[in-house]
Design a protein around this ligand. Structure first.
Ligand SMILES: [Mn+2]
Length: 489
């Protein structure tokens, strides 16, 4: 259901889940304000236990959020659940004529056109913010809404450290939130009991391979990140994870302390098919739906996944390997049009910039020596101008790209954001570029010559390749992309 459809109802009830956290409250509040301004009669409610968490009480009071605690509800024409799904276990059931859902958890109920669900987002606040933005909602005139949404995102992504999607990062940087209040709320999140919860979680630690696993009782998600930050400093942990029951599932927080294990990758691996997860190389988070586990205990599932993750990889260092590229088949790159943009067409020489794409943020400098390449799936990466000129030729055609998230370039100095596409032109690989390549027989982590800190992951069937001119310049090409972009020589 779209916001435009919702405003055609004259009376609407918005319901938060039964353990209201800043994310569900922020979403309800933002929608409440939007609908009120459009003349809809609207109530914002929750059921379940009364709110006592100090930061949530303070948030509601300071931002004047008209959240009502109700035990029963006259049957509304439209009931909207935010950050939860009508009919799921974490939200009290009320009869209604019709319902709509705005959420960022995995789908848990029968799908319909009235559900707006984006599990790839780190918070439901991100979803509501993006929808309101598209409706030209006046955030500047509604600073309390902006503050609530940024705070909702902050708590759901553990201060942004576990944000998953470029839109999460866009909201985190959105101007107009009362950052002093958010700071105060962040520092009133814990009670004395919470410290006991952290202490018990820390004392539950187990070592599985080189990964520390800690179990916590149900608690404020911030506690998971807090416990994880302490546990990751244990010498025998290359990575650690704290997990706890949360809403209708299990919430995970992950920290990496060795370059051979990426926190975001482990989060995605554990939650694949049963929830959602992601973050950055060092910090990540995720959520597993209890329903998706179909009776398997969350603890058993997590333990098995942690074991599986560690036994599936070869680790390859480009500067120190014994892979026999010389006897592999040779391929050349097909002249398929891709995009490129000189960085100085977007920002001035010397500007520190961050390229934001679906795959994450990449930092570089605007320079006449640095170009940005846009691959066939919209992936963006920097390339030295000299390498570009050697390996590609510029085409006369305009470059167009259809992508879920249009890549942007952000000045790390001023915060200015500019899209790449207006500066992008078409180019194609020179046929003279020959590589030796073969499909991977096992999953692998590859440290390339470009980055000693961060590895690239390849799955069985993806291609490992190196140019005939230098076998230390190893890289991975996804199987589908390899077949589309290379041919045997
Ligand atoms: Mn949420």
């Amino acid at each position: 259901m779209t916001l435009a459809e919702i405003v055609t109802f004259d009376e609407v009830v918005i319901q938060c889940h039964d353990a209201p956290d800043p994310d569900t409250i922020a979403c309800g509040f933002a929608l409440w304000r939007f609908l009120s301004l459009r003349g809809v009669k609207v109530r914002l409610i929750y059921a379940g236990a009364q709110i006592t968490k100090p930061n949530v009480v303070l948030m509601i009071k300071t931002l004047n959020i008209p959240l009502e605690h109700v035990l029963d509800l006259p049957r509304p024409k439209l009931l909207i659940t935010v950050d939860c799904q009508y009919g799921a276990g974490n939200v009290t059931h009320f009869e209604c004529d019709r319902f709509a859902v705005f959420d960022h958890h995995r789908l848990e109920i029968a799908d319909s056109d009235d559900l707006v669900i984006f599990p790839q987002l780190g918070s439901c606040s991100t979803l509501i913010w993006d929808l309101l933005r598209k409706e030209k909602f006046d955030f500047a005139a509604n600073a309390a809404v902006t503050t609530a949404l940024v705070y909702g995102l902050t708590t759901d992504t553990l201060e942004g450290a576990e944000s998953r999607h470029p839109l999460d990062r866009d909201l985190a940087e959105f101007a107009g939130a009362d950052m002093a209040l958010i700071k105060k709320l962040k520092n009133s999140a814990l009670t004395m009991d919470d410290l006991q919860i952290v202490a018990r979680a820390l004392s539950s630690s187990r070592l599985i391979g080189a990964i520390g696993a800690l179990r916590s009782q149900s608690c404020d998600p911030n506690l998971l990140g807090f416990a994880c930050d302490i546990a990751k400093q244990v010498e025998s942990f290359d990575c650690c994870m704290v997990y706890a029951p949360h809403n209708a599932g299990t919430k995970l927080s992950i920290r990496s302390s060795a370059r051979e294990m990426r926190a975001d990758e482990l989060a995605a691996f554990i939650t694949e098919g049963v929830g959602s997860g992601g973050g950055t190389t060092e910090k990540a988070g995720g959520y597993i739906s209890t329903q998706a586990l179909a009776g398997v205990s969350a603890e058993g599932f997590i333990t098995a996944k942690i074991e599986a993750y560690q036994s599936r990889y070869n680790i390859i260092y480009s500067n120190d390997h014994n892979i026999d590229f010389a006897s592999m088949p040779r391929y050349c790159k097909l002249p398929i049009p891709v995009g490129f943009a000189p960085t100085i067409d977007i920002f001035e020489e010397g500007e520190p910039i961050c390229v934001r794409t679906l795959e994450g943020d990449v930092d570089t400098l605007a320079s006449k020596e640095v170009y940005l390449m846009i691959g066939i799936e919209g992936e963006v990466y920097p390339i030295q101008r000299s390498n570009f000129e050697r390996d590609y030729r510029v085409l006369p055609d305009r470059y167009t790209l259809k992508a879920d998230y249009e890549p942007t370039v952000i000045s790390r100095r001023s915060g200015d954001k500019k899209p790449i596409l207006p500066s992008a032109r078409s180019c194609a690989a020179q046929s003279s570029k020959v590589v030796c390549a073969a499909p991977l027989a096992r999953d692998a982590k590859i440290f390339t010559a470009w980055d000693a800190e961060k590895y690239f992951s390849g799955r069985i069937g993806d291609y490992i390749a190196a140019p005939i001119s230098g076998f230390n310049d190893i890289y991975i090409v996804k199987r589908e992309i390899f077949h589309k972009t290379y041919e045997p020589v």
